[in-house]
Design a protein around this ligand. Structure first.
Ligand SMILES: Nc1ncnc2c1ncn2[C@@H]1O[C@H](COP(=O)(O)OP(=O)(O)O)[C@@H](O)[C@H]1O
Ligand code: SF4
Ligand SMILES: [Mg+2]
Length: 377
């Protein structure tokens, strides 16, 4: 995979013809496949024999975003920011505490087992750890054919033939059908997981840190496979990562999460070129820049984040990032900055953003939001 800033071809497939001029500041409005509003997941914390609730982990605390058909939305943030919880909410593996999830315009927030059945085909998840997500006692064949049996789907030519075809699609061999997961390397096991996820021809694939457990040398191969499959099969991806290097080339848009909230959401070029949230800048400064000349040109100084992510049981007041932010002022400690568009297609939650004028609670964009007059940038 190339390590420069040239957009990879997949970024074009969510853009209408004529938009491929390289100016991504105004991202095309692809049809929304998934729409999330006010999404929350609070895990109760209980104490004592009677399991009295003494608090809650605010793992996901009010997310608003959409995933457009054919795009890759990257989700990034440090460990503990609520990314996996978000992934499990949108695939409906977890029941939300509040908010709404719409898939193809249909409200799926509280669908029961029966109502979820058709959705289980359309929405698939790839997990971080290919070692624990595959049952060691099952053959590759039975692992990849499980979705057909669960959904009662009989592919043309039979399940075995279809599974062998899928193994080839993900770069394995049809002869692997009768082998067991332990006979494979980490990268190959993740390919088995990908074959299983693709079995029922899904529309949306949510991949939770799909390469974090793999050797760096293997990571690019698996990311490239996901990229190729997207183009061939017209998939839509949500790819979760804990740093910005893995998703750099495959994401059309990126949402940066901090303590259960989105703090910045924009297209890839704007995020890497003109990041506006201090947290994004800190994450970016930790991404190795391979070419020293570019490093000098970018003038990117390494920003070391102080301390760990605070506990989501008791998040900081105002802006949740204020305890670690070098730009924090009094207003940051008292007033939570809403996520608002500060440039076209570029949403940021910060009172003192980079590459833009300061936003105080009395500033026009924040005022307009508070008045409910709309948020148009
Ligand atoms: N089932 C659960 N019960 C209680 N707390 C949980 C549960 N799952 C996750 N959490 C907590 O929610 C927060 C976010 O976790 P997670 O979504 O796994 O973050 P990430 O994937 O970004 O590392 C963490 O503080 C984690 O400990
Ligand atoms: S609102 Fe304040 S504390 Fe939060 S990121 Fe912006 S400058 Fe930093
Ligand atoms: Mg996680």
């Amino acid at each position: 995979m190339s390590e420069d800033d040239e957009p990879m071809t997949n970024s074009a497939n969510s853009e209408p013809a004529g938009a491929a001029t390289g100016t991504l500041t105004d991202p095309p409005e692809g049809e929304s496949l998934l729409r999330v509003s006010g999404l929350k997941k609070h895990f109760p914390v209980t104490k004592g024999l009677f399991k009295r609730q003494v608090g809650a982990v605010l793992a996901v605390d009010g997310l608003d975003f959409d995933v457009r058909s054919g795009e890759t939305l990257g989700i990034v943030g440090e460990s503990g920011c609520g990314k996996s919880t978000m992934g499990r909410l949108i695939t409906r593996l977890l029941e939300p505490t509040a908010g709404k999830i719409e898939f193809e315009g249909k409200d799926i927030t509280h669908l029961g087992v029966g109502g979820m059945r058709p959705l289980r085909r359309d929405v698939q998840m790839i997990f971080q750890d290919p070692y624990s997500s595959l049952n060691p006692r099952h053959t590759v064949g039975s692992i990849v054919s499980a979705p057909f049996k669960l959904q009662g789907v009989q592919p043309e030519g039979g399940v075995k033939k279809e599974v062998q075809r899928l193994l080839e699609v993900v770069g394995l061999s049809p002869e692997h059908y009768n082998r067991y997961p332990h006979e494979f390397s980490g990268g190959q096991r993740q390919r088995i997981g990908i074959a299983r996820a693709l079995a029922l021809n899904p529309k949306l694939v949510v991949a939770d840190e799909p390469v974090s457990a793999l050797d760096v040398s293997i990571q690019a191969q698996v990311v490239n496979l996901l990229d190729d499959l997207q183009q061939e099969l017209g998939l839509t991806y949500v790819i979760i990562a804990h740093d910005l290097s893995v998703i750099r080339h495959v994401s059309d848009r990126i949402a940066v999460m901090y303590l259960g909230k989105i703090v910045e959401l924009t297209d890839r070029q704007s995020l890497y070129g003109t990041p506006m949230h201090p947290y994004t800048q800190a994450l970016l400064s930790a991404v190795p820049v391979p070419d020293p000349r570019r490093k000098a040109a970018q003038g990117r100084e390494r920003i070391l984040l102080k301390g760990d992510v605070p506990s989501p049981m008791n998040p900081p007041s105002g802006c949740r990032f204020h305890t670690r932010c070098w730009k924090a002022t009094e207003v940051c400690r008292t007033t939570e900055p809403p996520l608002v568009p500060l440039a076209t297609g570029h949403e940021v939650a910060c009172h003192h953003p980079e590459n833009a004028p300061d936003q105080q609670p009395g500033d026009t964009k924040l005022l307009r939001l508070a008045d409910g007059v709309g948020t148009a940038g």
